[in-house]
Design a protein around this ligand. Structure first.
Ligand code: ATP
Ligand code: MG
Length: 396
């Protein structure tokens, strides 16, 4: 009898020594959450792998599981007894199904078999049994052409003491570490291309990422708010739930416009953001702020300005894109699914009262002097008090 399931492999977690069981448990839990809407799902630990079972379409389960951080690859697989005859039968069936599903037409398909044998009592040896398997499959499948180096279809048998797994192909996962295994961060999420990618990068390193967005209503319209919510929805496909904090920011901007030198406006907006975000982060037990800043990308992102901006934060500021080129960030935004939304036209609050000539090499003393006439404490508290908190996707 055979049984359909998904074998899940994880890489880096395996390196974590004594922490390994905790990481494995977290990954299993995140997989369960990602597959929550599906039927009859179970996730079990299985000697260095995880095993997903479920009654829904296996390709659908695989698609959702392949977006869980910590997963390096996965394979829909069939379990069967470690008996040569049974293995050959299951392997031949799987190749027939895979050919029909994944290789339409009647052209040649480069093919190989691979065997790993943790159960050394199983004979013959791996190489010999790989040849036996191929010998049982190829005569009935005229399209298959053996190519050991560059196969399009690799039929694998993993023979273990508890039975064997047969699978054809490995679906790549995102790698990284399971979300939640490294604490929480708060990402300053604008409607642009960079910040959602920055949030994604930190999730990939095991952080649970909350988002905070500064919203200057009525100077920017509701389409900006909508866009941010949609970006947070995209991010929620990579972690169970995304908490989004929306901060009313127009009063801060008006105060800066009315009281501070024009050339320092953008830097002062950013300092205000860091201050407010730090407050919200502490309340939410986030240990770091995250931004999409990239060195030299725009005037506010010179080393001098980054230093002046960061000084207003009370916690570490992570900038995963600090050294990335914009073209690469755009490619990545596309692959994680945020680019299209980021490209929707909707102004960011930073364009409100934008100075004609923003300061390029800002100085902290000048920024502090420029802020001296503001009631920073009151503005910060007021913004924090007015902040709206949404759970995405539940609250939208
Ligand atoms: P992005 O694609 O992230 O908007 P950008 O090139 O437009 O990048 P800037 O506008 O200079 O960059 O913003 C730098 C960073 O400041 C953003 O990546 C984001 O982390 C933060 N930021 C800017 N505007 C906002 C906002 N309205 N709300 C929250 N964070 C913001
Ligand atoms: Mg921006």
């Amino acid at each position: 009898m055979s049984d359909a399931a998904i074998l899940v492999r994880y890489g880096e977690i395996g390196l974590k020594g004594g922490n390994r069981p905790a990481f494995e448990r977290r990954l299993a839990e995140n997989l369960r959450t990602a597959l929550k809407g599906m039927h009859g799902v179970s996730v079990d630990r299985l000697r260095g792998r995880l095993l997903i079972k479920g009654t829904d379409e296996i390709s659908q389960l695989a698609r959702s599981a392949s977006k869980v951080f910590g997963v390096t690859s996965l394979s829909p697989a069939t379990h069967c007894t470690s008996d040569a005859k049974a293995l050959k039968k299951v392997a031949a069936e799987m190749v027939a199904i895979t050919l029909e599903r994944d290789f339409p037409g009647d052209g040649p398909v480069r093919f190989r078999t691979s065997v790993t044998r943790a159960d050394k009592t199983f004979l013959p040896g791996s190489m010999e049994f790989a040849r036996d398997l191929a010998g049982a499959i190829i005569p009935n499948q005229k399209r298959l052409k053996v190519d050991l180096k560059n196969p399009q279809l690799n039929l694998e048998a993993d023979i273990r003491p508890e039975g064997a797994w047969i699978f054809a192909g490995r679906i790549p996962g995102p790698g990284g570490l399971p979300v939640g295994s490294l604490g929480r961060g708060l990402c300053l999420l604008s409607g642009g291309i960079d910040s959602p990618v920055a949030a994604w990068e930190c999730m990939k390193r095991g952080m649970r990422v909350e988002c905070i967005s500064f919203y200057s209503h009525p100077f920017v319209g509701p389409q900006t708010r909508e866009k941010i919510i949609r970006l947070a929805e995209h991010l929620s496909s990579w972690q169970p739930t995304t908490i989004l904090h929306i901060v009313p920011f127009s009063e801060v901007q008006v105060a800066i416009r009315d009281n501070c030198p024009e050339e320092y406006r953008t830097v002062l907006y950013r300092r205000a953001m860091q201050r407010i975000a730090s407050r919200v982060a502490s309340r939410r037990k986030c240990k770091a702020l995250i931004t999409g800043e990239s060195i030299g990308q725009v005037a506010s992102q010179t080393l001098e300005n980054l230093a002046v901006i960061e000084e207003a934060s009370s916690m570490p500021v992570l900038r995963p894109l600090a050294t990335s080129d914009k073209v690469d960030i755009i490619k990545q935004a596309k692959s994680i699914g945020t680019l299209e939304t980021s490209n929707l036209p909707a102004p960011d609050c930073c364009t409100v009262f934008q100075p004609a000539a923003p300061i390029i090499h800002g100085k902290l003393v000048d920024a502090l002097e420029a802020e001296a006439s503001l009631d920073i404490q009151a503005l910060t508290l007021e913004a924090v008090r007015g902040t709206e908190r949404l759970r995405i996707p539940e609250d939208v």
